[in-house]
Design a protein around this ligand. Structure first.
Ligand code: ZN
Length: 195
């Protein structure tokens, strides 16, 4: 949790940060009080990730906040629903739109434990979410600055504010532990294993 007192970013991360199309190191520039508030919301997303893990899912969780209230919360559901699109963000966005009776979520913030993939980043942009806060970076699939930056693509007509790296170690440890626990078990049962 208290993982921010490091000796700065790794050289690899520094290189990657330099290659990002727009400023994305918001986690390093955000003020501590704001970070603490983000960490409190992220704790709820982490709770959703833990619930997903308990159900045998890859532990990723997301919440949608509107007006200081959680209007939707979900963990990853791809295995339970046999649905490759049932990532935590997509499920939470759908639930938020239903709860608010509005497909436009411009007054909302989305907190998610893992950097959104291309699909989720696309959904976030389409929903016009005002702000995205994510925990762990996803070097292999993240579209919030790792593989690319769809969230803030300059050609798209909506770009949410992005804060990265909130409770990143805790969020990442969930995934690391999950996949470490699976190593050596029965052969994988298909692409649903992957995020
Ligand atoms: Zn996704």
């Amino acid at each position: 949790m208290r993982s921010r007192k490091r000796d700065g970013p790794s050289p690899r991360r520094r290189v990657r940060a330099a290659n990002r199309p727009l400023t994305s190191d918001t986690a390093r520039t955000v003020t501590p009080p704001a970070f603490a508030a983000d960490a409190r919301w992220m704790a709820h997303a982490i709770g959703a990730a833990r619930e997903a893990e308990a159900a045998g899912e890859v532990p990723v969780g997301a919440i949608v906040v509107s007006g200081g209230v959680i209007v939707a919360s979900s963990g990853n559901r791809t295995r339970r629903d046999r649905d490759p699109t049932a990532h935590a963000e997509v499920v939470a966005l759908r639930a938020a739109a239903a709860a608010l009776r509005d497909p436009v979520l411009s007054g909302c913030e989305l907190y998610v434990t893992l950097e959104p993939c291309a699909m989720c980043a696309g959904a976030i942009v389409l929903a016009r979410v005002a702000r995205v806060v994510f925990g762990a970076w996803d070097d292999k699939g993240g579209m919030g600055g790792s593989v690319g930056d769809l969230l803030r693509h300059p050609r798209l007509n909506h770009r949410p504010e992005v804060t990265a790296g909130v409770s990143a170690d805790e969020c990442g440890a969930l995934l690391t532990r999950f996949f470490a626990g699976r190593r050596g078990e029965e052969p994988r049962d298909g692409p649903l294993e992957a995020l």
